[in-house]
Design a protein around this ligand. Structure first.
Ligand code: XMP
Length: 509
């Protein structure tokens, strides 16, 4: 296994994910982890993440320099690379100007070193730094440079120390995966046999240990995340898990019935469906502000669980399908709040469970799918597109009413049906209809209409943190538009959203 030492950078989970992708288990530990603990951990390699500091700042993230003498290969990324250089006697200076975004590096082919094995020069990388290395320590070799950064990568083969100023973990570093692969296989000589099944197995073991005989409830939406989380816990503790499926009245057409059917029948899981539609809709009456809607739904969710939990004695734990993008987007200590995801930010303070269990907290969406497949979940469930906890509430702009919900449900069902007819349901990451508060004039038959506008949203993304709008075939858009205006009363105009994330988010609220 590989240790990722957290020097405060925002990409540490992405590094862990790249390591997993390469078939190796990666573990993240804080910067000040003691060298003896690292030694005891039997790591095959160490990756130092980037970080926000300068090596000359006082309260910087700092590791114990002795970690470089353990005989374990080390790869420093960005600040991590500067830190190695600094503690080994090299020099780091603030450059006249920083480098941010896509840049090209020239690899010194005569002395490229193992990280650049089989990578052609020049190659595009992603830079994000102001400081840079100006002088290498003794016995270190510069391996690459960019126009404004003379030492963009280095190595010391004897001591197995490697550094890159750019971020190989980010997609914009086109050969980044190969570089990480090279570090793992050429430098650390890993075996690379780790698979998502291993994650599933070890997580089930961990859950068994932690949960023991405890009675556990799961917040269950039937979406991929909570289904996989529930299934992991079900495999660990069986009937001690009860899944509470709250039908908040904001689900898609026929969704509640389908979900109940699959998990109850297929898995013999204890699934209890709570019809709470009226309660949610009452609390949402007159509320148009997106953040407020989310807060209300989040709180109401927990209230419902708390009430239901009273029917079960000794319920200690609540399982949630939180995944990594939910965690960062809701704002960890440093990352800014973008919007509060209901399953993280919306928890009220008086929550009555001993603890919340989130087995998927470190994974990205596509990894969650792999875990699902590893657990033997049927493909149609695994490939179900994600559906946000607050449901249609964040796809219905402005105040929510039962009538508007009905309009949105019907429009959305048509869109989904046609995407499947065009066989695009696996290619497009997420697609749905949004009901806007915009009314406009139309003509149908011989009469004037004044009805709502529906927007169609379809995105392609790997991790749901960034994404592109899907280039849907005109024929599909035409068919959907025609069907929606003809079949759904209350809509006379259909538009298509051609905005990426960023700057937009995937959901409209
Ligand atoms: P955004 O709109 O932030 O969405 O680009 C990214 C992904 O997260 C989903 N999403 C949520 N999922 N609770 C969830 O469980 C939420 O509150 C929530 N808000 C957004 C969204 O559907 C997309 O897949």
């Amino acid at each position: 296994k590989i240790l990722i030492l957290d020097l405060g950078g925002q990409y540490k989970q992405l590094i862990a994910r790249r390591v997993r992708e390469a078939g190796v288990y990666g573990e993240i530990l804080p910067a000040d982890t003691k060298p003896e603990d690292i030694k005891a951990g039997n790591y095959t390699g160490i990756i130092l993440s980037g970080g926000p500091n300068s090596v000359y700042e006082h309260n910087r993230f700092e590791a114990d320099p002795h970690i470089l003498d353990l005989g374990i290969p080390v790869l420093g990324i960005c600040y991590g690379a500067q830190w190695i250089c600094h503690v080994k006697g090299g020099k780091v200076l603030q450059a006249p100007q920083g480098e941010y975004g896509k840049r090209f590096i020239q690899i010194k082919t005569q002395q490229a070193g193992k990280i650049f094995h089989n990578i052609t020069s020049p190659t595009q990388v992603w830079m994000s730094h102001r400081d840079q290395i100006s002088e290498l320590p003794e016995n270190f070799v510069a391996a690459a440079s960019s126009d404004s950064c003379p030492i963009a990568a280095y190595y010391n083969e004897k001591d197995n120390l490697y550094g890159v100023q750019f971020h190989p973990e980010v997609e914009h570093t086109l050969a980044g995966k190969d570089m990480i692969h090279n570090f793992l296989y050429e430098v650390c000589h890993v075996q690379g046999k780790w698979k998502m099944t291993d994650f599933a197995e070890s997580m089930i073991r961990k859950l068994k240990q932690t949960l023991g005989d405890a009675k556990v409830l799961c917040a269950f939406s039937g979406g991929v995340d909570s289904s996989v989380a529930a299934l992991l816990v079900h495999k660990a503790i069986g009937k001690n898990l009860t899944c509470i499926f709250v039908d908040h009245g904001l689900l898609r057409k026929n969704e509640a019935e389908e979900v109940e059917e699959v998990f109850h029948r297929t898995y013999d899981m204890d699934v209890r469906r709570i019809d709470a539609a009226e309660r949610f809709l009452t609390r949402l009456q007159g509320v148009a502000d997106p953040e407020q809607k989310r807060k209300i739904i989040g709180e109401e969710f927990i209230r419902v669980f708390e009430e239901v939990a009273q029917d079960y004695q000794d319920v200690d734990y609540l399982v949630q399908g939180t995944i990594y993008p939910d965690v960062i987007e809701s704002g960890t200590d440093k990352a800014a709040v973008i919007k509060s995801h209901h399953n993280v930010g919306g928890l009220p303070d008086n929550i009555k469970f001993k603890a919340i269990v989130e087995p998927l907290r470190t994974l990205f969406k596509d990894e969650v799918r792999q875990v699902g497949l590893a657990l033997g979940m049927p493909e149609n469930l695994v490939w179900r597109q994600p559906f946000p906890g607050p449901g249609l509430a964040v796809r219905l702009l402005g105040e929510i009413t039962p009538e508007k919900l009905e309009i949105l449900r019907n429009a959305d069902a048509i869109f989904r049906e046609e995407v499947a007819n065009f066989n695009l349901h696996k290619t497009i990451s997420q697609y749905f209809a949004v009901l806007t508060p915009l009314k406009s004039v139309g003509v149908m038959g011989d009469s004037r209409t004044y009805d709502y506008t529906v927007a169609l949203r379809a995105v392609i993304t790997n991790d749901f943190m960034t994404g592109e709008w899907a280039r849907l075939p005109w024929e599909l858009l035409e068919k959907v538009s025609y069907r929606i205006v003809n079949e759904v009363k209350g809509i006379n105009r259909v538009v298509y959203d051609v905005t990426g994330k960023p700057p937009a988010t995937i959901e409209w609220e």
